[in-house]
Design a protein around this ligand. Structure first.
Ligand SMILES: [Fe+2]
Length: 308
């Protein structure tokens, strides 16, 4: 069946395909293209999550959702979200056509921009996610960006990517340069995964969720808190950066932070360890670092070398 020219459904949006074909990473949100079915998908996703957020989400997220005045009924306009978000922490959601190579992604965070997918999953397959969508990015991530301490942790994380680039900029042995960089990117990816995407937080009211992968998943948010077989441990940086993960099933291992100040300090430690060279040899295993991610760091490194 031929794809409809209208609609911004994940993997079926001609607008996105065109942008990708033209090599455009940063795009605008063509709001008029959302179909009635796209808005239905948003409404269904949002309404079934509300009770679960009330029960399992951390208080910063719940405050964030309220502060952003997100509509439960329609796909949000990024410009409306940003109007509420920007005055709080300086962060903005920035529309992208899809996957952003790792260095560019982290560099956006450093500039308080969050690369945001604008397509939405199929209304008939709410649990099937071939790639991130606007519900994951806007309902899962962006409410956290209204919190000052969390926002500072993200910016500091973006700084780590620059530190990694500086660490390898002067290395003339290309094989060694790639080896060290790959290990540092792996450490960053694992840390990001176990905190920003799948983190848990201690609260007076028991364990709560702050990771966006959990906040946007109807099934896993409950599983993360309730399932007996999930291992939940206080985070230790040395463990998080050496621990592999798989993306295609519920996470069997989750790490707990005490607060976002705690998270901020952990990112600081990550950077210090990087500067000391401790991240050149993290444990092998997932995630594998793709060519595009590595190249994005190498480009930044070559530019750094060129400008001294
Ligand atoms: Fe995410």
């Amino acid at each position: 069946m031929k794809a409809s020219p209208q609609g911004l459904t994940t993997t079926k949006a001609p607008f996105i395909e065109d942008a990708r074909r033209q090599g455009q990473l940063y795009i605008h949100q063509p709001y008029e293209l959302y179909s009635a079915e796209n808005h239905t998908a948003w409404r269904r996703l949002y309404s079934r999550m509300e009770k679960r957020w009330d029960r399992y989400a951390n208080e910063h997220f719940l405050r964030g959702i309220a502060n952003l005045c997100m509509s439960p009924d329609r796909v949000p306009r990024l410009s409306d979200i940003n109007q509420f978000l920007c005055p709080l922490t300086g962060f903005q959601a920035k529309a992208v056509s899809g996957y952003i190579p790792a260095f560019l992604f982290f560099d956006c965070l450093r500039q308080r921009e969050f690369p945001t997918t604008i397509t939405i999953r199929d209304a008939e397959h709410l649990d099937y996610l071939p790639e991130p969508d606007i519900f994951h990015d806007i309902a899962g991530h962006v409410p956290m960006h209204t919190d000052k301490a969390f926002a500072e942790a993200l910016v500091r994380f973006g700084n780590c990517a620059h530190t990694a680039v500086e660490m390898v900029a002067g290395i003339s042995d290309e094989t060694e340069q790639v080896r060290r960089l790959t290990s540092m990117i792996k450490a960053m990816a694992r840390f990001f995964w176990f905190t920003v995407e799948f983190g848990l937080m201690r609260s007076d009211d028991g364990l709560k969720v702050y990771g966006s992968g959990l906040l946007s998943s109807y099934g896993e948010i409950e599983h993360a808190i309730e399932a007996e077989e999930v291992q939940r441990y206080p985070i230790q940086l040395e463990w998080a950066i050496n621990q592999s993960f798989e993306i295609d099933h519920y996470q069997p291992l989750l790490f707990i932070v005490d607060s976002f100040d705690h998270l901020f300090h952990l990112v600081g430690d990550l950077e210090q360890w990087m500067l000391a060279g401790k991240l050149y040899n993290v444990a092998p295993g997932e995630p594998e670092i793709g060519e595009a991610d590595l190249t994005s760091f190498l480009h930044a490194s070559a530019e750094r070398g060129a400008t001294g």
